[in-house]
Ligand binder design. Sequence first.
Ligand SMILES: Nc1ncnc2c1ncn2[C@@H]1O[C@H](COP(=O)(O)OP(=O)(O)OP(=O)(O)O)[C@@H](O)[C@H]1O
Ligand SMILES: [Mg+2]
Length: 402
Amino acid sequence: MISVLWSGFSCVSALITLICALLIISKVSLLLTVLLVAVSLPSAILNQTYTKKLYQWNLTHVKEERQMNYLSFIMTDKKYAQELRLFNIGDFLKEKFKAIWGPYFAKKKKLTKKRAFLVTLLSVLPQLCILGILAVLSLRIMGGNNTIGDYSLYSGLLAQFLSSLMAALTSIINIYDQKLRIHSFEEFEAIPNAVANTGTEKLNEITSIEFNDVSFRYPGTEKEVLQHISFSVNAHEKVCLVGLNGAGKSTLIKLLLRFYDAESGNIRINGVDIKNYEIVSLRKAFSCLFQQSPNYAFTLRENITISDIFKNADENDVLEALYNSSASDILGQMADGLDSYLSRAYEENGTELSGGQHQKIALARTFFRNSSVLISGTPAAKRRFSRRTVCRTRLLPTKSSS
Ligand SMILES: Nc1ncnc2c1ncn2[C@@H]1O[C@H](COP(=O)(O)OP(=O)(O)OP(=O)(O)O)[C@@H](O)[C@H]1O
Ligand SMILES: [Mg+2]
């Protein structure tokens, strides 16, 4: 939006200069001045047409752009470095990148080349008109109707006209380009959220969770991942969901946290359908250690407190979370204590933790949240999850799994 405003101001300023220059130049030859304006317009129209074409072309090639970004990410991210070296797949990835980049670049080049050619061709027309105006002026000077001083005045004005024309065109193209982007963003914003946040009830303490005949398939897929699942968990119970890989254990948790809504059946907490709860308050009641917990390139303190940034916590809460996840020794190794950076990606003095240490920090994060229900999607946290109501995501075999 700021860019559009800025381009708008630049455009107005260029147009004012342009009109003033034209008014003075018209005294030399009105006909050539009108012609000058007329031949400047096709270039503007062409630029606008190609801006739209390029934008639409980009929209239809988002998949290739994403694939290339993904390959660049793999080739540069630390997470993949070990396998990249061990499997010696540098060239393999480069070839994959080239296979996408080659046809992508060839098509884009064709489009931009055509644009560059036409724009160059059309921009010659105003130059020819300027030559005509200068020729008329020279004849007048020779006829004694104008002075040499007039020549330098008008040639300066013509140069100013051209630069203002270019500035106005660039601003108009920029505004048009931004308008197209804003339109796409508005279309995106208008897509209704698959999970409607229409509930108003607040959820605090959880006393019971019930799954009643819940079935679910992921959007855009055929396979019914969960089929008629029913079970209940009451306060202070520790429940272990056991099932084959892909049976749907993690999916159950996603439904409970309303990352998706069940296709049929319902989930009730304290006897109330979870759709009646306000989503933030529903999620606040759960602390979940996901199977693939991320690590944050932040300080140790932030890596813990990020699970509940609004909690009015003091240092003891952070230390307690670390203690509960057996991570106190990690703190002992840190030069800057809780303010040590858990990555060297952006801080030279940061600390790189081991995989197991990272898991402990993720677990500490789960404890810090101090929610009504704790859920762990990883067996590693089993021993430490004994103090509260626990819901380990191991689902009993569903009809689909065995
Ligand atoms: N985002 C998704 N879109 C489509 N299908 C998915 C998605 N996530 C998972 N699935 C599919 O849903 C099924 C259940 O996956 P889920 O992650 O719930 O299994 P799980 O029981 O947690 O397995 P694991 O023990 O390996 O963690 C799998 O067949 C998986 O391929
Ligand atoms: Mg899982």
